[in-house]
Design a protein around this ligand. Sequence first.
Ligand code: FPP
Length: 225
Amino acid sequence: MNLVKHIAIIMDGNGRWAELQDKKRVKGHEAGAKIVKEVTTYCSHNKEIERLTLYAFSTENWKRPRLEVEFLMKLLDNYLKNELEVYLQNNVRFEPIGDIRAFSKSLQKTVKMVEQKTAHCDALVQSLALNYGAQDEIIRAVNSLKNSKADITVQMLSNALDCKHNVDLLIRTGGDKRLSNFLLWQAAYAELFFVDTLWPDFSVKELEKIVKKFKKVERRFGGLK
Ligand code: FPP
């Protein structure tokens, strides 16, 4: 049976969830943040899961209306400040990926504060992808290696990425079947699960069902059985 060490999730469908209930899109993001907490807590108590990487804000999300972007920034700031206690209680290390230099100074400060205060935690690493795009990540990594005298190897590039760990299981909620510039390198051999559930309706129960299916998949990594 496959081990599920690294789960990555594209949390899609917040806006549609809210619109279906005649609510503003941002209400969907608010509801989505609650599921982030539930799923993180569950993963922190599951000994097999070492990493949970969540797509919270992409390099493309800046194209959204200004008010929605501002709301997401505020939500993230509040979430991190409020959750610090929960991270510590559940022994969760927070490790952001992405280029947070585009964020306001105060949000950058919050991100770094939570990262530092949870640096000793070791039950789970929760990575939020913040102003993250896989193409941007790979370009930043390549640029950081451009003065290398030796030819660049797979290992060198892997180590230069924000996320240095291969993904075992990648889930996308919300019904679409695409990767949307998320962990393109690290998902090279990930098992992909696309579910119709909108992110605010996602649950630990559904995650458990997906993990159960994942465990039975025959992973060959390009080899033979
Ligand atoms: C996609 O839904 C979701 C996002 C762009 C943001 C993800 C944010 C959260 C889950 C909540 C905040 C998270 C944290 C960690 C505080 P969408 O808006 O694209 O939904 P749609 O496809 O229905 O429009």
